[in-house]
Ligand binder design. Structure first.
Ligand code: NDP
Length: 293
């Protein structure tokens, strides 16, 4: 058996096309395009790549993207002042402050300053709380992208056993909540989990968000399981310099029912969901019902 490869690029392109159609309809009814403001502090090369690709995707969807690039020496007060200006700007529907921030800036304080109704990254505690109680709000882009992929591959997830490996606030915890909301029976595993292999062996769905290259081996998986690999790990070995996930992909292909590749799986969905969240924010801020996406 060879697993079905889940084409994240194709699913993301389809979502982006639906968002672009929604943007056109929004412009027709309101006379303005949704606006996303992205803030980058410093010159981290990976963050620079992410910010550029978010900017390009925003424009391609017909939205107004603005980039605010600040020097690495920017003070926390200056960044908070910019966030305040963006909160007050009626043309801005979504605000994203690219992480990580330089050490002298308290990232939690900056996230807390973002208007929760413009928090399209879904990192504000108000949005984390809304997710926890099942109220409408913004869900972090990566786990929401994973949930959308799972629904496209499996349809109804009710009753399936899922393991989420990783418990970060931006991936693992919201992922587990999204799966519970979809009626999965969820186990959250982390660095203190005992006998992870047997936890994984029981799962119909495995979401790996650890950040350890190829840690999850093919023979850990239940045959036919659906594997969502969130990990992005840079390795330099006998096969050269490349990106690998948290799952040993070649081994998993022989056991899993379906699997996301790295790259080309979860990554493209993250940006597509950011655009989706921005369109949803624009509708809510204009008093319109949420778009069907
Ligand atoms: P964090 O470092 O914040 O969290 C990692 C989690 O993995 C922690 O909960 C940690 O447990 C757990 N963990 C570490 N070692 C083990 C182990 N040996 N066994 C079981 N669990 C372990 O990472 P993030 O959640 O931010 O990101 C996870 C991965 O996803 C990274 O590779 C990151 O690059 C990638 N990523 C990809 C995105 C995309 O768009 N594709 C977006 C965001 C992240 P504990 O809590 O006990 O320390």
């Amino acid at each position: 058996m060879t697993a079905r490869i889940i084409d994240g690029k194709a699913h993301a392109a389809a979502l982006r096309a639906r968002v672009a159609a929604g943007v056109a309809a929004f412009v027709d009814s309101t006379g303005r395009a949704p606006g996303l403001a992205v803030v980058l502090v410093g010159t981290d090369p990976a963050s620079d790549v992410y910010v550029r690709s978010k900017g390009k995707a925003t424009l391609a969807a017909g939205m107004i993207g603005t980039e605010h690039r600040l020097s690495a020496e920017t003070t926390e007060a200056a960044l908070l002042a910019l966030v305040g200006d963006l909160n007050a700007d009626p043309a801005v529907d979504g605000i994203l402050v690219q992480l990580p921030l330089p050490r002298h800036i308290d990232a939690a304080a900056v996230i807390a300053a973002i208007d929760p109704d413009k928090d399209v990254d879904g990192f504000h505690v108000v949005n984390a709380g809304r997710l926890a109680v099942g109220a409408p709000g913004f869900v972090p882009c990566t786990p929401l992208g994973c949930a959308l992929l799972l629904e496209e591959v499996l349809g109804d997830l009710s009753g399936l056993g899922a393991v989420v490996i990783g418990r970060s606030n931006i991936v693992g915890k919201p992922m587990a909540q999204l799966l519970v909301d979809r009626n999965c029976t969820v186990t959250i595993a982390h660095s203190r989990t005992r006998d992870l292999k047997s936890v994984v062996a029981r799962a119909d769905i495995v979401v790996a968000a650890v950040g350890r290259a190829e840690m999850i081996r093919g023979d850990w998986l239940k045959p036919g399981a659906t594997v969502i690999d969130v990990g992005i790990n840079r390795v330099d070995d006998a096969h050269g310099r490349r990106l690998v996930g948290d799952v040993a992909y070649d081994e998993a292909l022989a056991v899993a029912g379906a699997i996301t590749p790295v790259p080309g799986g979860v990554g493209p969905m993250t940006i597509a969901v950011l655009l989706r969240n921005t369109l949803v924010a624009a509708h809510a801020r204009s008093g319109l019902p949420a778009p069907a996406l």
